[in-house]
Design a protein around this ligand. Structure first.
Ligand code: FES
Length: 129
């Protein structure tokens, strides 16, 4: 399983390009909120948000997980950046999958890990005193 999920030949070139050079990979020192989830597969995901007036002005994700984890973290970041929180609540793993043609079927749970971690970071923000 470990080797299979990191087999580049299973991914189309455009998705591999996203995995190799994601624009939003990184951590932030002083975000408005952040969240971490370890998925049942063992991969970990972190999300960092800068929120201003209800808008996600900046976003970063961090993961050392599989290729698909980086692809899904990047696409989730891209779809959420610049949007109002209410709009982002429409974002689903299905929507992220819809942007990622050719994502191997076994890796579709990676979209759930990415979107769940984003949602957890939003919840942390909304619940701040
Ligand atoms: Fe589980 Fe990638 S293999 S999130």
């Amino acid at each position: 399983m470990e080797e299979e999920r990191d087999d580049e030949s299973l991914y189309p070139d455009d998705l591999l390009k996203i995995a190799k050079d994601p624009d939003h990979l990184g951590r932030m020192n002083d975000p408005s909120s952040s969240a971490y989830i370890k998925g049942p597969c063992g991969d970990e995901m972190e999300f960092y948000l800068v929120i201003d007036n209800g808008v996600i002005k900046d976003i970063a994700f961090y993961s050392e997980g599989c290729i698909a984890t980086r692809i899904c973290g990047e696409m989730t970041s891209k779809l959420a950046k610049g949007k109002r929180i209410e709009e982002v609540l429409d974002l689903s793993p299905k929507k992220v999958m819809g942007e990622l043609n050719g994502l191997p079927a076994d890796q579709k749970h990676c979209t759930i890990l990415a979107v769940s971690t984003l949602y957890k970071a939003i919840a942390e923000y909304l619940l701040k005193p």
